[in-house]
Design a protein around this ligand. Structure first.
Ligand code: CU
Length: 148
């Protein structure tokens, strides 16, 4: 007798189905881990001033839009950095603006928005730039907590 053997799994199909299921689960886990951009990666206290910067905005003449941002001195500020640049533009360094001193550094994948907390300890001008110091912009900190 020949013909189809009923009740025998077709292992090729079973393995293919298992493989597809594995891919679906893998993509789902990846998407879950990457949900909500980087907004959840930084604890931002309520009431924190937010300053958006777009990196590599299409048609815009400067690498950072805006090229000059103004923040209040002496306060923690949340910069929402949207990245459209690859390479060394993936990382942005805010010199001297680390909340605990030093630099504030953030790396944002292309097409995403990341949050970095900065704090200017005193009024003045600060630089921010890409990882290779090729693109740069300016942070102007105005006033100062406890000073005028
Ligand atoms: Cu660069």
């Amino acid at each position: 007798m020949s013909g189809p053997r009923v009740g025998t799994p077709r292992w090729g199909r079973v393995l293919a189905a298992a493989g597809i299921a594995g891919i679906v689960v893998g993509v789902g886990v990846w998407a879950w881990q990457n949900r909500a951009d980087a907004h959840t990666a930084v604890a931002v206290p309520a009431g924190t001033p937010v300053v958006p910067i777009v990196e590599g905005r299409p048609g815009y003449p400067y690498p950072y839009d805006p090229p000059v941002v103004t923040i209040p001195a002496g306060r923690v500020v949340a910069i929402h950095l949207t990245d459209n640049l690859g390479g060394c533009g993936l990382t942005t360094v805010f010199e001297g603006l680390g909340v605990s001193g030093g630099n504030a550094v953030v790396t944002v994948p292309v097409g995403r928005t990341g949050v970095v907390l900065v704090r200017a300890s005193h009024a003045g001008r600060y630089r921010f730039h890409c990882a290779s110091n090729m693109y740069w912009g300016t942070v102007v900190a105005t006033g100062a907590a406890g000073h005028t």
